[in-house]
Design a protein around this ligand. Structure first.
Ligand SMILES: Cc1ncc(C[n+]2csc(CCOP(=O)(O)OP(=O)(O)O)c2C)c(N)n1
Ligand SMILES: [Mg+2]
Length: 347
């Protein structure tokens, strides 16, 4: 990580390069998702597909606070986490288009991005199903005597299910270096958080576990996310203490590509207000401009670079073939189908 040079508290003392890089990730995430929506609408992408538009500050603020040997695990709204974790955009787009060049050879799709080389452990479709996996990762880190940490992103609805309590309890009990980041986008599909959770701030659930600390933060402010995650990561790395961060944010689009942007559960006015007043990219640009960290020329250059990456990913994905029918039987279990046949006790 580059040394910190600026004095400003608001900018967390981050160097200009680091700040511009964070903005670049946010813009790449936004444009990549807009292209994903376009590809879906023309029928190039099928199946479940959940976009992250509006929530970019959470993944970018959190993941840029990590080391390459740390671990990231998340749910099905996973494209931007994978990008920021440096998964190849070509492999992500190929996976979305169901091509063999995808990270899961085109057989996982949008909800199952995975990149072992960057310690990005998915992409999980079952709500809350990845929390026990994050606990396993935390346990493995301790077992190997490493000082890595695991950041586990989860939706607000997960805070109300059993696996949440079981996982946080074990994280505290075994002092596991896991940072839980709730992406509270105010809704679980069409259900408002206050209709599902008997608690005002989800992060307050941390007080149920010895040694765990909880914070509720503005998840539309990328620097606030980064600051909170840095503190939590330090607690995990140095003291092996888990944390629970609730990042309040908002998705500008429907729950998934098959849902309308508004639905009956929220008004056009609400969505419009968030877009106008809270857009995390606009807010970050304003902050950077206020501190003379970027100008219009930088923004044009970033947009240009991002467009080349996004367009390139589509071109490369379209050149990649579709999987063949016989590929159905590979990559089902570690070792492949041949191994499974050999071990099958019924044969
Ligand atoms: C165990 C399980 N139950 C139900 C679903 C269907 N489902 C998919 S997303 C979702 C809502 C999740 O909301 P939240 O955790 O707030 O995440 P968000 O979609 O807002 O990012 C539900 C109920 C599922 N995938 N898994
Ligand atoms: Mg939600």
């Amino acid at each position: 990580m580059a040394t910190r040079t600026t004095e400003s508290d608001e900018l967390l003392g981050l160097a200009r390069d680091q700040l511009v890089e964070m903005l670049r990730w946010m813009i790449l995430g936004r444009r990549f998702e807009e292209k994903t929506a376009e590809m879906y609408q023309v029928g190039e992408i099928g199946g479940f597909c959940h976009l992250y538009i509006g929530q970019e500050a959470v993944a970018v603020g959190a993941i840029t606070a990590l080391r390459p040997d740390d671990y990231v695990i998340t749910a099905y709204r996973d494209h931007v986490h994978a990008l920021v974790r440096r998964m190849d955009p070509n492999a992500i787009m190929a996976e979305l288009l169901g091509r063999v060049g995808g990270g899961s050879k085109g057989k996982g799709g949008s909800m199952h991005l995975f990149d072992r080389s960057n310690n990005f452990l998915g992409g999980h479709a079952i709500v809350g199903g990845h929390l026990p996996i994050a606990i396993g990762v935390g346990y493995a880190i301790r077992y190997r005597d490493s000082d890595a940490v695991c950041v586990c992103f989860l939706g607000d609805s997960v805070a109300n299910i059993g696996a949440f309590n079981e996982s946080l309890n074990m994280a505290a009990l075994f002092r596991l270096p896991v940072v839980f980041v709730i992406e509270n986008n105010q809704y679980g599909m069409g259900t408002a958080v206050h209709r599902a959770a008997a608690i005002r701030n989800l992060a307050d659930r941390a007080c149920a576990y010895d040694g765990m600390q909880g914070w509720t933060i503005d998840g539309m402010d990328v620097l606030e996310v980064r600051k909170a995650v840095e503190v939590a990561v330090e607690r995990a790395r140095t003291h092996k203490l888990p944390s629970l961060i609730e990042a309040n944010c908002y998705r500008f689009v429907g729950h998934s590509m098959s849902d309308p942007n508004y639905g009956h559960y929220r008004t056009k006015e609400e969505v419009r207000r968030y877009k106008l007043e809270e857009d995390p990219i606009k807010r970050f640009i304003e902050t950077l401009k206020k501190h003379s960290m970027i100008g219009e020329g930088d923004l044009t250059r970033i947009e240009h670079e991002v467009k080349a990456i996004v367009d390139g990913s589509v071109e490369s994905a379209k050149q990649s073939p579709l999987p063949q029918p016989e590929d159905l039987y590979s990559d089902i279990y570690a070792g492949g189908y041949a191994d499974v046949q050999r071990r099958d006790p019924w044969r």
